[in-house]
Ligand binder design. Structure first.
Ligand code: PLP
Length: 457
C-alpha cells in the first residue's frame, strides 16, 4: 500500500472534518471524508499526502484530466483578461465558440442553436421550458430510475425519493413517469417491447398529442448505469417524431467521449431534438448547455433564456480547452480502450464468484433496499455487468443489498475512489478519467477485485 501514508482519513483530514461540522450544512454528504490538496491524471492527493486512485472523475467530470493542461492554460489566460461581463449585458467570443462546438458535435447535422448555463439541473430546466414554449404543450414524460437534478422541477423529473426528494415537496406538475428498458430487471424485454410498453402508457395516461417532450438519459447515470435494450431509444425517438413530442436526451453524464463516442445517442444513431450537457464539458469548471434544433431553440422570445453567470467566460475557455483535448487525444478511443481493459476483468470476476454467497456484513452505510421482482437471486455475487466505454457498472445480486456499499468501503479504505449508484443502491460504477494511465487503472481494478473477494469470504 505504498500510495497510502496514513489510514484513511488521515489526521489532517480528521481535523478538517471536525471543522466542517461547525461550518458546512450537514445535508451535503461526502463519499470519502478525505480532503484533497492536489490531483494528477487518475490520482487524488490528500492533505496527509495519501495518493488515491480516482475511478470516479468527480462524477464523470474530469475525463480530460485533473487538471488538464489545455484547460488550466485556457483558464489562466482568460481570468487575466476578464472574469465576467454577463453575456446578457455585453457578450464575448468564447460563448459563441462553445455554442459552435456543441452544434457541430451533438448528434445530427441539422441546423442547431445552443444556450449556456451553470449546472446540469439548470440545463434540464431550460430544456423543459424551451420544449413547452416551442410546442405549446405542457406534459413532460420521464422514466423510472431517472435522475435529472435537485432543483424543484428536476427533483420532480428524478425518480428516486431518498435522498433526492424526501421532504422537499411539493413538486412541479405535469410530469409523467413510464417504465424504462432495464434488461436485467424487466425479464429481458427487447428494446421494441419495452418501448411499446412505455408508449402504450404515454398514449393512455398522457395522450397522443399532449407531451411537450420525452426526456431520457440514453444510459441512465445515478439510476444505475442502465443501458436500454437495443432498439428502445430509436423506437421512442420514432414515436416522438410521429406525435410532435420533442425528444430531449439528457447527456449530462454520458456526453463528451465518456461512452466511447461524443454522445451516447450516437451508438444507435438517435438524433434528439435537444441535448442537455454539463459534467464532462469543461474539465471541472461549472458549465452546462442546451443544444437543439434551430427552430425549436429560436421559438423562445428574446430575454426568455439566460442567467447572470450562464456561459461564464472562464468556464467557456475551459470548455474550449477540454474539447480540444478530447479531439487531439481522441478520448472516445481512450474510453473504448478502458472498456476493453475493464469488461473482461469484471466478467472473469463474475465467473469466479458465481458460486459465492456473501457473508453477513455489518453495514453502517444506512443504505437499505428491498429485493425487487424479476432479478436473479440464484447465487453468485454479480448479477449484471453493463455500460459502455468508460461508463461501466456492476450490479450485485440481491437480497443482500449492502454488498455494494461494503465493497465500496473496502475500496475507499484501500485508497480507490469508486462510487455506488442505482435505485436499489446495489450498483458500483466506474467512471475513470479518460486519460488514466493503464497501470493505474489496472491497480485500481486489482483493489476492487480484492474488495469483492473479501466480501465474499
Ligand atoms: C448530474 C446529472 C444532472 C444534474 O447535473 P448538476 O450539474 O448536478 O445539476 C442531470 N442529469 C444527469 C443525467 C446527471 O448525471
Amino acid at each position: 500500500m505504498t500510495r497510502l501514508r496514513t489510514e484513511l482519513p488521515g489526521p489532517r483530514s480528521l481535523e478538517l472534518a471536525a471543522r466542517r461540522k461547525n461550518a458546512v450544512a450537514s445535508g451535503v454528504g461526502s463519499t470519502l471524508p478525505v480532503y484533497i490538496d492536489s490531483a494528477e491524471d487518475g490520482l487524488l492527493v490528500d492533505v496527509d499526502g495519501n495518493r488515491l486512485i480516482d475511478l470516479g472523475s468527480g462524477i464523470a467530470v474530469t475525463g480530460v484530466g485533473n487538471p488538464a493542461p489545455a484547460v488550466a492554460e485556457a483558464v489562466h489566460e482568460q481570468i487575466d483578461r476578464f472574469s465576467h461581463t454577463c453575456f446578457m449585458i455585453t457578450p464575448y467570443e468564447g460563448y459563441l465558440e462553445v455554442c459552435e462546438q456543441l452544434n457541430e458535435l451533438t448528434p445530427g447535422d441539422h441546423e442547431k442553436r445552443s444556450v449556456l448555463f451553470n449546472s446540469g439541473a439548470e440545463a434540464v430546466e431550460n430544456a423543459v421550458k424551451i420544449a413547452r414554449h416551442a410546442t405549446g404543450r405542457q406534459a413532460v414524460v420521464v422514466f423510472d430510475h431517472a435522475y435529472h437534478g435537485r432543483t424543484n422541477l428536476t427533483m420532480a423529473l428524478t425518480a428516486k425519493n431518498m435522498p433526492y426528494k424526501h421532504g422537499f415537496g411539493p413538486f412541479a406538475g405535469e410530469i409523467y413517469r413510464v417504465p424504462m428498458s432495464y434488461p436485467y430487471r424487466d425479464g429481458g424485454l427487447s428494446g421494441a417491447e419495452a418501448a411499446a410498453r412505455a408508449i402504450d402508457l404515454i398514449e393512455k395516461q398522457v395522450g397522443v398529442d399532449t407531451a411537450a417532450c420525452v426526456l431520457i438519459e440514453p444510459i441512465q447515470g445515478e439510476g444505475g448505469f442502465v443501458v436500454p435494450a437495443e432498439g428502445f431509444l430509436p423506437a421512442i425517438a420514432e414515436w416522438c417524431a410521429r406525435t410532435g413530442a420533442l425528444l430531449v436526451a439528457d447527456e449530462i453524464q454520458t456526453g463528451f467521449c465518456r461512452t466511447g463516442s461524443w454522445f451516447a445517442s450516437d451508438h444507435e444513431g438517435v438524433v434528439p431534438d435537444m441535448v442537455t450537457t454539463a459534467k464532462g464539458i469543461a474539465g471541472g469548471m461549472p458549465l452546462a448547455a442546451v443544444t437543439g434544433r434551430a427552430e425549436v431553440m429560436d421559438a423562445v422570445h428574446v430575454g426568455g433564456l439566460g442567467g447572470t453567470y450562464g456561459g461564464n467566460p472562464v468556464a467557456c475557455a475551459a470548455a474550449l480547452g477540454a474539447i480540444r483535448t478530447m479531439r487531439e487525444r481522441d478520448l472516445s478511443a481512450a474510453a473504448r480502450r478502458i472498456e476493453d481493459a475493464v469488461l473482461p476483468r469484471l466478467r472473469a470476476l463474475a465467473e469466479k464468484t458465481s458460486t459465492f454467497t456473501p457473508s453477513a456484513g455489518t453495514s453502517t452505510s444506512g443504505e437499505t433496499s428491498t429485493p425487487s421482482a424479476g432479478t436473479s437471486t440464484s447465487g453468485g455475487l454479480i448479477g449484471d455487468i453493463r455500460g459502455r466505454g468508460a461508463m461501466l457498472a456492476v450490479e450485485f445480486t440481491e437480497p443482500t443489498p449492502d454488498i455494494a456499499s461494503r465493497v465500496a468501503k473496502a475500496c475507499h479504505a484501500a485508497g480507490v475512489v469508486v462510487l455506488t449508484c442505482g435505485t436499489y443502491g446495489n450498483v458500483i460504477r466506474f467512471l475513470p478519467p479518460l486519460v488514466i494511465p493503464d497501470d493505474l487503472l489496472a491497480e485500481g481494478m486489482d483493489i476492487f477485485e480484492q474488495a469483492v473477494l473479501g466480501v465474499a469470504k
